[in-house]
Design a protein around this ligand. Structure first.
Ligand code: IMP
Ligand code: MG
Length: 180
């Protein structure tokens, strides 16, 4: 698996020290507020676990299973595999996702929450945001790292469901991409 990585972008220690900063800011912003974190699976499972353990607030967590990617391209279509939503009426909601690329996924999630949930506020937090040329349909309130417009894997992010368990974030070799 490690042979398939062309370049490591962020080692685990770098990721975790940035999470310390993000967690500190989120803790300050949601002090005294009823917070529900909605984590978007599968991609955010490691990010969620590492970030939430750094936030000493009495928050609630709900996980949504959403997919939009096939290989290294977005399908443009967002599939919600979960139909039942946690009750967040009168609560503040923070959506956690692994990466903001086109913004189509986050926009669909926000739209659904805004229409149905009765949440007091809706914000989002992503570990990575890709630098893109065209205007996005949506942006994130908290961003871990701004990355170049390349396909990345590891720390929860996959290529055809593989590489999620790498402890760092890296870029695949052309050979690994071609093999799938
Ligand atoms: P968006 O809807 O284009 O913003 O894409 C967001 C989703 O696509 C993320 O939650 C990821 O699951 C997936 N994705 C986007 N870029 C990458 C990448 O570079 N590596 C792995 N997954 C990605
Ligand atoms: Mg994916």
């Amino acid at each position: 698996m490690l042979d398939d990585i062309r370049k490591v972008l962020y080692h685990e220690s770098t990721l975790l020290s940035r999470l310390d900063e993000l967690a500190h800011q989120i803790t300050e912003d949601y002090q005294g507020k009823d917070l529900t974190v909605i984590a978007i699976l599968n991609g955010s499972f490691i990010f969620m676990a590492d970030l939430l353990r750094r936030i000493p607030l009495p928050l609630q967590v709900d996980c949504w299973s959403v997919s939009s990617y096939h290989g290294t391209k977005s399908s443009g279509q967002v599939n919600f595999r979960q139909t039942q939503l946690a009750d967040v009426r009168g609560r503040h909601v923070l959506i956690l996702d692994d990466i903001l690329d086109s913004g189509v996924t986050l926009a669909a999630i926000r739209e659904r929450l805004a229409a149905e949930s009765g949440a007091l506020t809706l914000k989002s937090c992503v570990l990575l945001r890709k630098t893109i040329d065209q205007p996005r349909s949506i942006n994130a309130d908290y961003v871990g790292f701004e990355i170049p417009n390349e396909f990345v894997v590891g720390y929860g992010l996959d290529y055809n469901e593989r590489y999620r368990n790498l402890p760092f974030i890296g870029i695949l070799t052309q050979a690994a991409i071609a093999r799938e």
